[in-house]
Design a protein around this ligand. Structure first.
Ligand code: COA
Length: 257
């Protein structure tokens, strides 16, 4: 498994930590594969009652590795990122997230598929897909307007504006915003450990029922977003934006029609 993933077990809670601090936990193909594999095993392992996803105390994740986007743009259902998000989407047990610092791109999108989310008040969540010449992914174009209303979702998805942990909690993306730092992981762990005391099949049935009404529609949206995202990644707009990020300059879209 990737050296940038740390997996720990405490009673029935499996903690999956993204750990690539020099690149702000940017997610590589190997990390996605590893995360998909851990989730698949945890789903089968009866002794795992909940999964906790976290990053570091100063950064959750800066999202997909931008160099990977340029070198090996993911496409289709076999891509590592799709396999990870699919495993999260289908995961039958509760998933808890502990978020400190930046949660960029898929770092925010994945929270929409977790069950309980604890964030630092100063966390900075952002889905800068348009800023990168891309489009929303993994159901966010459906979930966010439903949750926040079109106008607020448009600020996040059409402008790529960032929002704080406080806002995430006020808008229902997170359960609670707490003091930044160790407190977030402690709270997430405390809540995840509660599932150790609960009837696992009742919890799984309840999660399935909660997700069921939107499941088919979400599957279709995820497919449509995925096809478009793959095309957009290869578009001149995205190539300009991704290259600009790597060159630490502002992208220039002035010549695009
Ligand atoms: N992919 C690849 N490398 C990344 C990265 C990403 N998503 N995010 C950060 N890095 C790298 C930087 O290139 C830099 O590498 P270097 O030290 O070799 O130059 C290192 O991580 C530190 O990043 P830096 O931007 O200097 O840190 P910061 O504290 O100023 O900002 C972030 C942190 C997370 C706010 C900023 O890096 C960022 O916004 N990244 C997001 C990239 C993005 O758009 N991701 C979404 C993809 S859909």
């Amino acid at each position: 498994m990737s050296e940038h993933l740390l997996v720990e077990r405490e009673q029935g809670v499996l903690t999956l930590r993204m750990h690539r601090p020099d690149k702000k936990n940017a997610l590589t193909r190997a990390m996605y594969s590893g995360m998909a594999e851990v989730l698949a095993q945890a789903d089968q392992d009866k002794s795992v009652r909940a999964v906790l996803i976290t990053g570091g105390e100063s950064c959750f994740t800066s999202g997909n590795d931008v160099a990977d986007f340029i070198k090996a743009p993911p496409s289709g259902l076999n891509s590592e990122v799709f396999q990870f998000m699919q495993a999260l989407f289908e995961f039958s047990k509760p998933v808890v997230a502990a978020v400190n610092g930046p949660a960029v791109g898929i770092g925010t999108t994945m929270l929409l598929h977790c069950d309980l989310v604890y964030v630092g008040r100063g966390a900075k969540l952002k889905m800068p897909f348009v800023n990168l010449g891309l489009c929303p992914e993994y159901g966010s174009s459906l979930i966010l307007p439903r949750l926040l209303g079109h106008a607020r979702a448009a600020e996040l998805l059409l402008l790529g504006e960032s929002f704080t942990g406080e806002q995430a909690a006020a808008w229902g993306i997170a359960n609670q915003a707490l003091t930044d730092g160790a407190e977030i992981l402690a709270k997430a762990r405390e809540m995840a450990l509660r599932f150790q005391q609960l009837a696992p099949a009742a919890v799984a049935d309840s999660k399935r029922l909660m997700r069921a009404p939107d499941r088919e529609q979400l599957r279709r949206v995820i497919e449509e977003e995925g096809a478009l995202f793959g095309q957009r990644l290869r578009s001149p707009e995205a190539i300009e934006a991704l290259t600009a990020f790597m060159q630490r300059r502002t992208p220039d879209f002035s010549t695009f029609a």
